[in-house]
Write a protein that binds this ligand. Structure first.
Ligand SMILES: NC(=O)c1ccc[n+]([C@@H]2O[C@H](COP(=O)([O-])OP(=O)(O)OC[C@H]3O[C@@H](n4cnc5c(N)ncnc54)[C@H](O)[C@@H]3O)[C@@H](O)[C@H]2O)c1
Length: 288
């Protein structure tokens, strides 16, 4: 699926890697002002479960990858080598998203090495569990630092590069359904995602004139990453969780990645400042 920004309408044909030929004839179809054969996609938290799905799905359609994580790429070396063999350009660095100089330097390097920056996926995140009356201020700060300040630092670095290049682009935040729905025991996490939602909406407003669309994907329970680790430690919780999801199952990490891909596609060309809720209907059942 080709990428599109909120930039000017173009007509004609654009050839994307993987043999995908897109015909740009629909007036609602926005193409980047200079269409690129290998869109460059930055993903934070790339060594995590959802991060790895994002990287795989975007690499599969011919994107170049700029990947960062606090963890080293040790476990991912085989995958990185495999992609390089297939001709995918990949740049991985160990970067803390809370550190503006490090993020700015990484974005500059990615632009230099990969030829630009078209999509930024703000995915790195942590959860600190505990009722608010027991939560330490240190745990509160750690959560806000990574999930909210780190999101701001990442999006600002990426948006500055996109604005400087003048080609438009996409920013997608991986939020959570708890940005709108309070849950006991994860108050700091919910507050960070609520803040992320307003950060994204404000950026969407400020960046729309530059042809940059900004949106959020808000998953419910995903059978991977943060929830996966929690359910592994507390397997007795799984049936309770499944009962609360109208669709009867948790989401997969690939479903989250495909939702991000959809938001970056021409099919979502008029979607800006919006949340794509991916919770299997969980928030509908809250009143039951
Ligand atoms: N798993 C779920 O059920 C679920 C549901 C809703 C939203 N999310 C969101 O999805 C995103 C990805 O989470 P996941 O479930 O794949 O968890 P994960 O733990 O597998 O991945 C998170 C990654 O972020 C990295 N990270 C943490 N702090 C960082 C920092 N300071 N700088 C750089 N990288 C850092 C971690 O090293 C890890 O690799 C998070 O933002 C999370 O809030 C997850």
């Amino acid at each position: 699926m080709p990428f599109a920004s909120a930039g000017r309408v173009r007509r004609g044909k654009a050839c994307f890697p993987g043999g995908l030929l897109a015909t740009l004839t629909d007036p609602g179809f926005f193409a980047m002002s200079s269409p690129r054969s290998n869109p460059v996609v930055l993903i934070t938290g790339a060594c995590g479960d959802i991060g790895r799905s994002l990287a795989r799905i975007f690499a599969g359609q011919g994107s170049s990858l700029a990947l960062v994580d606090l963890r080293s790429a040790d476990g991912a070396e085989a995958q990185l080598a495999e992609w390089r063999k297939l001709g995918v350009s990949v740049c991985f660095r160990r970067v803390d998203v809370r550190e503006p100089p490090a993020m700015n330097a990484f974005v500059a390097e990615a632009v230099r090495e990969l030829g630009g920056l078209d999509v930024c996926i703000v995915n790195a995140g942590i959860v600190e569990r505990g009722a608010l009356l027991e939560l330490t201020v240190e745990a509160w700060r750690r959560t806000l630092d990574v999930n909210l300040t780190g999101a701001f630092v990442t999006a600002q670095a990426a948006a500055r590069a996109m604005v400087a290049a003048g080609r438009g682009g996409h920013i997608v935040f991986i939020s959570s359904w708890v940005q709108d729905v309070p849950r006991e025991g994860i108050g700091a996490y919910s507050a960070s995602k609520g803040g992320m939602k307003m950060l994204a909406k404000t950026l969407a407003l400020e960046l729309a004139p530059k042809g940059i669309r900004v949106n959020l994907v808000a998953p419910g329970w995903v059978d991977a990453g943060l929830t996966g680790q929690h359910l592994q430690a507390h397997p007795e919780r799984r049936p309770q969780v499944e009962r609360q999801i109208p669709l009867g199952r948790l989401a997969t990490a690939d479903e989250v990645a495909r939702a991000v891909r959809l938001l970056c596609s021409p099919d979502a060309a008029y979607v800006n400042g919006a949340t794509l809720l991916l919770d299997g209907g969980s928030s509908l059942g809250l009143g039951r």
